[in-house]
Design a binder for this molecule. Structure first.
Ligand SMILES: NC(=O)c1ccc[n+]([C@@H]2O[C@H](COP(=O)([O-])OP(=O)(O)OC[C@H]3O[C@@H](n4cnc5c(N)ncnc54)[C@H](O)[C@@H]3O)[C@@H](O)[C@H]2O)c1
Length: 271
């Protein structure tokens, strides 16, 4: 039985109909929060909400399109009507559709629409969620905002520059929100997951590729959705009440070293 450190709190989580968002929503509910599962994939959100309710928790599934401010406004109007407060906002969703990520390749060939879509959903969507949530948090006396960024936000890579840049902007947004809203008792932090092996990731990668990622991870295993969920629950809770404006990597240490050094220069994998 999980410690009920979020008993009585109301949590809104975007993109909670599958994978990492699902694990986070389940963990927030297990810690006692009433959870609002907002997703463009409403069937997924309804499935997860039902599972949470079957387990004795309280959950509401709501359709959300982060690219549409009216949809975000509707979400928070519904939350205000149902609960009258928000204590926790987890901005988890991102546009990770295969066609979006495939088009997000070489900058020299980049269609402006591909770049704009990444920013419209991932960055502008996150900003608008915060904009429409904050009045409810202020009414509740404060709250915790957790933005899911990515390890790639602090690196350069050979593909997905729009996705990475949109996540880099989330890191900067996080520090600005923390700065503007700290005196209202609203904390804002960002999480940078490394490679998290969800069902989706498993379907996209071969075992050989997964083994390669594990070899370069400092800890002796790959990342799981639950690793992100545990961190979200901690940051949402009063245990993190003096932590704001921080950018946390949850990646088994993969971004703390240059992976090629050990392998190429010392003939040893990882370190
Ligand atoms: N899986 C990883 O290895 C990894 C690594 C780094 C960062 N992340 C980040 O973690 C978060 C979750 O990743 P995941 O692997 O579970 O991805 P995922 O694609 O399974 O989940 C994304 C969720 O966002 C929702 N979504 C997409 N567009 C939306 C929109 N316009 N409006 C509302 N909801 C929308 C999807 O329906 C889905 O439920 C994302 O922000 C992702 O960028 C994941």
């Amino acid at each position: 039985m999980a410690e009920r450190i979020l008993q009585g709190k109301v949590a809104v989580i975007s993109g909670s109909g599958a994978n990492i968002g699902e694990a986070c929503a389940r963990a927030l509910a297990e810690a006692g929060a009433r959870v609002v599962l907002a997703d463009i994939n409403i069937d997924g959100a309804r499935r997860v909400a039902r599972a949470i309710e079957d387990g004795g928790g309280e959950a509401l599934a709501w359709p959300l399109d982060l690219a549409d401010e009216a949809s975000i406004r509707d979400l928070f109007e519904a939350v205000a009507e149902r609960y009258g407060r928000v204590d926790i906002l987890h901005n988890n969703a991102a546009d990770t559709r295969a066609e979006q990520l495939a088009a997000d390749d070489l900058i020299t060939d980049m269609a402006a629409e591909t770049w704009d879509r990444a920013f419209a959903v991932n960055t502008r969507g996150t900003m608008l969620m915060i904009k429409h949530c904050v009045p409810l948090m202020i009414e509740a006396g404060g709250g915790s905002i957790i933005n899911t960024s990515s390890g790639v936000s602090i690196l350069g890579d050979i593909f997905n520059p729009a996705y990475s840049s949109s996540k880099g902007a989330i890191n900067t947004l996080t520090r600005n929100v923390a700065t503007q809203l700290g005196k209202k008792n609203i904390r804002c932090n960002a999480l940078l997951p490394g490679m998290i092996v969800t069902a989706h990731a498993r379907a996209m990668m071969t075992q050989e590729q997964l083994d390669m990622v594990e070899r370069h991870t400092l800890l002796p295993r790959l990342g799981r959705a639950e690793d992100i969920a545990e961190t979200v629950v901690f940051l949402a809770s009063d245990k993190a009440s003096f932590i704001t404006g921080q950018i946390f990597s949850v990646d088994g240490g993969i971004t703390t070293h240059q992976p090629y050094v050990g392998e190429v220069l010392a003939g040893r994998p990882t370190s």
